[in-house]
Design a binder for this molecule. Sequence first.
Ligand code: DP6
Length: 333
Amino acid sequence: MQTRKATAVSCANVAFVKYWGNHDAKLRMPLNDSLSMNLDALTTTTTVEFDDALEQDEIVIGGEPANEKAKARVVEQLDRIRKEAKVAAKARVHSRNNFPSAAGLASSASAFAALTLAGTRAVGLDLGERSLSILARQGSGSAARSIPAGFTEWLAATNVTSTSEQSYARQLLPPDAWDLRDVIALVSADAKKIGSTEGHALAHTSPFLSERISRLPIRYHRVRRELLAKNLHDMGPDLEAEAIELHMIAMTSRPPIFYWAPGTVRVMDAVRQWRSEGLEAYYTLDAGPNVHIIVQAKDAAEVEKRVRELGEVQQVLVSGPGGGAQESEQHLF
Ligand code: DP6
């Protein structure tokens, strides 16, 4: 085959309603619908080139050859792309995040969304948004939501007759529809001891998972409605409840997973305090200790200033709503 190089840029996302647990782990078919905002300040750029001359896939992440675990996961995704395109050639993959990799924010969502778009374009496939989202989902569930732009929802497709093709993400609002900011307080740069994939598998051992899943549709529709109405005041309490519930499931799994650090609790306390003083801010957390504080753009500078004053906070990043996965001409090699 002719070699062709393609590059894609994709945003990380922060979930307002969380994905935690799969009903089909191999295909990454989630237990519930989830909803998120792409983050324009946190992007991954990935260049892929398929080349018959290569004997094996060559994966470089942040300028270094990928470790075995990361490499295996990227190769699995390349295999899905090869299968779809019916080609055998191995690939050269270079990937880079624009945010500090030591920050404990390493994002599989931006990584697998960028890899899926760059990989499919490099192999000559021209998939639409829905097909890209389905393919990205199989590499990392949350990556499905980083394919469309802005605020997106990922449909779980949990009926017994549901197929993999029915579980994909679509846009709810474009990025410029709502001027929200995510003020990210980094309280620990340590690498996660237990990755999300393991967390999803362990979720089934929590006695509270089935309770969560049975109650979630009501919350989901409320958050979705408030998002479409751009009503942070009414959406905020559900954002916080989602974060606590995700971690409650993690903490009650066997063995339990504790993602929180002392600084996590400190920032959550501070946000509640600021709110009581009239500053409208709500926290959420993904599978790690860092705290995402969701605010309207007009309050972002004040919240950022206050977060920086907290002793436990090592670094602060501020992000607005981001676009979808996009091709770029700025190749990494
Ligand atoms: C806590 O998408 O990282 O961020 O499918 O195994 O790659 P894998 O998991 P991943 O899980 C993300 C979980 C979360 C919540 C969310 O983003 O919805």
